[in-house]
Design a protein. Structure first.
Length: 130
């Protein structure tokens, strides 16, 4: 199951994965929320929490995740992955160089730190844009 995490500022989305995550979870929750956010934001920040009750992704969910990432490949500003799942941490560490965003890993006990990091104000560039 995937549910949205409330309380993040504009331009940031958060999701919590628990139990078995399916393609339907992606198509009914995560994808519509992300597509709607990209319709009004050039860049997004993402907090993805995979908690201790997570049991896995089905193949369809993994495919949906890959498609979503490629569809908005350069649209991510920051991505915080909060998990203690060993294979996810290893994969994120190994593949982090391929993500065109600032990617940071947090343990479940650091959830509040991840929320704060995702919520930090964006720096203003030389043109006055965030």
């Amino acid at each position: 199951m995937i549910e949205q995490i409330p309380g993040l500022p504009a331009g940031a989305l958060g999701f919590r994965a628990s139990g078995q995550v399916t393609a339907t979870d992606y198509s009914q929750v995560l994808v519509p929320d992300i597509e709607a956010a990209f319709a009004i934001n050039r860049k997004l920040r993402l907090l993805y929490h995979v908690g201790p009750d997570f049991t896995g992704f089905d193949a369809g969910a993994m495919w949906e995740d890959a498609q979503l990432g490629f569809r908005h490949f350069s649209g991510w500003d920051r991505v915080a992955l909060v998990t203690d799942v060993p294979w996810m941490r290893v994969t994120a560490t190994a593949m982090g160089f391929a993500v065109p965003a600032e990617l940071k890993l947090f343990h479940n006990a650091q959830f509040d730190e991840a929320m704060a990091w995702i919520s930090e104000p964006r720096p203003v560039d030389d043109d006055g844009n965030k």
